[in-house]
Design a protein around this ligand. Structure first.
Ligand code: FAD
Length: 239
């Protein structure tokens, strides 16, 4: 099958591995250059084929208008999910991926947007936030990002730029196990949201993070008024 046929059939294509670099000691930014045109929606994911029978999903951090595909891989996972994918990316100058997967992509509309990320779930909300910024979307946007330690924060310059470009964007980092010097919010990220927003019924809610977090969020948010139809998370399909 030619590359063009692969792409036309299934958005499956080869990508050149351009770079792999640390964002934190345990999270890596991977830049892939597609060898044929790709299309996806903000908030979708791709799968990297480690073999014919082993494919791993990773959120796409790029906006659909970007030329390169950016991934954030790593985090506190104790299994080999991320490390095996990283080894594959390091060992191969080209990798096979399938792009444009998932139903938790950004919807148009006028309802305020709540973006909730746990750890590397930030990749997912980054794509959505960049897209809203590029479109100068007028919706109110709240971005809560939960991390175990403040040393896990990355993308600080980019976040400041998004904030400057989209004044109605509010960014709230939440550290689960803060040091004494941490000045910001602390605890589990979804519990901070529940403390800040008494009624979640008005929000379009986009969620990514570890499965136990997404499960806890779904139940707790529904109990605080969130509307199931307006809650988006691809992890729901795995729970
Ligand atoms: C569709 C899809 C896309 C994926 N995309 C990626 C990707 O782009 N990159 C990647 O590395 N992996 C990805 N994964 C795999 C997996 O989801 C991640 O490995 C996982 O989200 C990594 O979390 P972490 O270790 O960074 O978060 P952690 O450091 O474990 O947690 C971060 C924060 O989440 C909250 N949290 C964690 N556990 C709980 C809990 N039990 N209850 C309540 N809150 C909790 C806390 O606020 C915590 O501080 C993906 C999986 C799927 C199915």
């Amino acid at each position: 099958m030619t590359e063009q046929t692969l792409t036309a059939a299934s958005n499956k294509l080869l990508c050149k591995v351009l770079s792999i670099k640390n964002l934190t000691p345990s999270v890596f930014q991977v830049l892939l250059e597609p060898k044929a045109p790709v299309s996806f929606k903000a908030g979708q994911y791709l799968q990297i084929y480690l073999s014919d029978s082993d494919k791993r999903p990773f959120s796409i951090a790029s906006a659909p208008t970007d030329t390169l595909l950016e991934l954030h891989i790593g985090g506190n996972v104790t299994d080999n999910y991320a490390s095996q994918a990283l080894a594959h990316l390091r060992d191969n100058s080209e990798v096979l991926v399938q792009v444009g997967l998932g139903e938790a992509y950004l919807r148009q509309g006028e309802r305020p947007v709540l973006l909730l990320a746990g750890g590397t779930g930030f990749s997912y909300v980054a794509s959505i936030a960049k897209t809203l910024m590029t479109a100068q979307d007028p919706r109110k946007v709240l971005l809560y990002w939960g991390l175990r330690q403040e040393s896990g924060l990355y993308y600080q310059e980019e976040l400041a730029a998004w904030q400057a470009a989209l004044p109605q964007l509010q960014i709230v980092p939440v550290v689960q196990e803060p040091t004494a010097s941490w000045q910001g919010r602390s605890g589990l990220v979804h519990e901070v949201v529940l403390a800040d927003l008494a009624d979640l019924s008005a929000y379009d809610i986009y969620i990514a993070g570890p499965f136990p977090m997404v499960g806890a969020v779904r139940d707790a948010f529904l109990a605080q008024g969130a509307v199931r139809q307006y809650m988006y998370a691809d992890a729901f399909a795995w729970l």
